[in-house]
Design a protein around this ligand. Structure first.
Ligand code: ADP
Ligand code: MG
Length: 378
C-alpha cells in the first residue's frame, strides 16, 4: 500500500496532514451459501485493504479524494446531501448510518487508496466501509462496539449502495486477526477464532480469478434460497442448519430431486466447516484441503452454482497436487481459493496460467494472500 502517495495527495488537496486508518478485504476459507441457512461462514482478513488519511475540518462537510480513481467529492451529512459518485456513497452511507445510531459527527477531509482488487470477491467495499466506520468511531470518540461497526457497513450497502449483503464481509474486515480465521455462526451471530497460519506449516493461500462473470437467466440465488426454505419447512425447522443427512433421507420422497440435492450440499457444508475447524486445532492442513475440494464439487454438482471455468481451475489444481481448491463466493464466476504447498506454488501458478489461457484465451489473475489484522489505526 502506498501510504506516501496518500500523504502527498492529502497535503496537495487539503494543505495539511491527517491520521491514518486501515481495514482489510477478506477471504472465506469454507462455508458457502450457508449464511442464509443459519449456518457457519469461516472468513479471515487479508493483507490487502484500504488506507485513509483523515482530518476533522471544523465544517459540516466531508471533502473526499479517491487516490485510485482520481476523483473528488464534497457532501454534507444530511440525507438529501447524498453524493452521485458510487465510491463516495460508501463514505456518505457510513456517516449516515452512524448518525442514525445517535453518533454525533461533523465534517472531515480524507484521501484514501486501496489494493483490494475491485469486484474480484475480496470485498473491497467492506474494506472501504470498515475503514471509515472504525476511523469515525475513534476520531469522534463514539464508543460504538465493533459488531455495530460491522452492521454500519452492512446497512451502508443495503441503504446507500443497493446491495443486500449479509454481515460476513464487514464482520471479517473489522474483527480480522493475523494467523486466525473466524467461524461466525450466522444464526446466533456468535463467533470464535481458530488458528490458521499456513505459511508456518509450509503452505500458501492463493486466489485465482477467472475474470469471468456469467450473466444468468432467472434468479439462481433466489431459487437456491427457495429450495432450502422448502426443505427446512418439510423438516419442521426454521433453517436447514442443524439438520442431518439421516433426517434429509427420511423426507426424500416428499421433496423434489433438485431440492434434495440443494439440501444435501448445505447440510454437508455445515459438517465440512466443523471438520475444518477441528482439523485446524491439530494443524491438519491436508484434511482442510480435502474438505475444500468436497465443497467445490458439492457447489458444482449438487448446488449447481459453478461454471466451466471454475471447474477447470479446480481440476487443474487437483492434477497439480494442490492441497485444496474451491470456488470462493456465490459462484457462476469469480475466484477459486487454493491451499497449496509452498514448494508446489510456482509450478502450480505457471501451469494454471498456461492451461487456462490455452483454453479460454486469457490468464487468470493471481492474488497470493496472507491472513492479517482487521480494522485499525496505522
Ligand atoms: P467487491 O466485491 O470488491 O466488494 P463491490 O462492487 O461490492 O466489489 O465494491 C466495489 C466498489 O467499492 C467500487 O465500485 C467502488 O465504488 C468502491 N471501491 C472499492 N475499492 C475502492 C478504491 N480503492 N477506491 C475507490 N473506491 C473503491
Ligand atoms: Mg462488495
Amino acid at each position: 500500500m502506498n501510504v506516501n502517495l496518500i500523504n502527498e495527495k492529502f497535503q496537495e488537496k487539503f494543505g495539511s496532514q491527517g491520521e491514518l486508518f486501515t481495514s482489510p478485504g477478506r477471504v472465506n476459507l469454507i462455508g458457502e451459501h450457508t449464511d442464509y441457512n443459519g449456518g457457519f461462514v469461516f472468513p479471515g482478513a487479508i493483507d490487502k485493504g484500504m488506507v485513509a488519511e483523515i482530518k476533522l475540518n471544523g465544517t459540516d462537510k466531508v471533502r473526499a479524494y479517491s487516490v485510485d480513481l482520481e476523483d473528488y467529492a464534497e457532501f454534507g451529512l444530511n440525507e438529501e446531501d447524498a453524493p452521485e459518485a458510487s465510491w463516495a456513497r460508501y463514505i456518505f452511507g457510513v456517516c449516515r448510518e452512524i448518525q442514525k445510531r445517535g453518533g454525533k459527527i461533523a465534517g472531515f477531509d480524507t484521501a484514501f487508496s486501496g489494493d483490494v482488487p475491485l469486484g474480484a470477491g475480496m470485498s473491497s467495499s467492506a474494506a472501504l466501509e470498515s475503514t471509515f466506520a472504525n476511523a469515525l468511531n475513534e476520531l469522534f470518540s463514539l464508543g460504538i462496539d465493533r459488531f455495530e461497526l460491522a452492521r454500519i457497513g452492512q446497512s451502508t450497502e443495503h441503504n446507500y449502495c443497493g446491495v443486500k449483503c449479509g454481515i460476513m464481509d464487514q464482520f471479517a474486515s473489522i474483527f480480522g486477526k493475523a494467523g486466525h480465521l473466524m467461524r461466525l455462526d450466522c444464526r446466533s451471530m456468535e463467533f470464535e477464532y481458530f488458528p490458521f497460519d499456513p505459511e508456518k506449516h509450509g503452505y500458501k493461500v492463493v486466489l485465482l480469478d477467472s475474470v469471468v462473470k456469467h450473466e444468468l437467466v432467472g434468479s439462481p440465488y433466489n431459487d437456491r434460497r427457495a429450495s432450502c426454505e422448502r426443505v427446512a419447512a418439510v423438516l419442521g425447522q426454521e433453517f436447514l442448519r442443524g439438520a442431518t443427512m439421516e433426517q434429509l433421507d427420511t423426507v426424500k420422497d416428499k421433496i423434489s430431486e433438485e431440492d434434495y440435492k440443494r439440501a444435501r450440499y448445505v447440510i454437508g457444508e455445515e459438517q465440512r466447516v466443523l471438520d475444518v475447524c477441528e482439523a485446524l486445532k491439530r494443524d491438519d492442513y491436508e484434511t482442510v484441503g480435502k474438505r475444500m475440494y468436497e465443497t467445490h464439487w458439492g457447489m458444482s454438482r449438487d448446488y449447481e452454482v459453478s461454471c466451466e471455468e471454475l471447474d477447470f481451475l479446480a481440476t487443474v489444481a487437483q492434477e497439480c497436487g494442490v492441497t485444496g481448491s474451491r470456488i470462493m463466493g456465490g459462484g457462476f464466476g469469480g475466484c477459486t481459493i487454493n491451499l497449496v504447498k509452498a514448494e508446489l506454488y510456482d509450478s502450480f501458478i505457471a501451469t494454471a496460467k498456461s492451461r487456462f489461457a490455452e483454453k479460454y484465451g486469457h490468464e487468470p489473475k493471481v492474488y497470493a494472500v496472507v491472513i492479517s489484522d482487521g480494522a485499525r489505526r496505522l
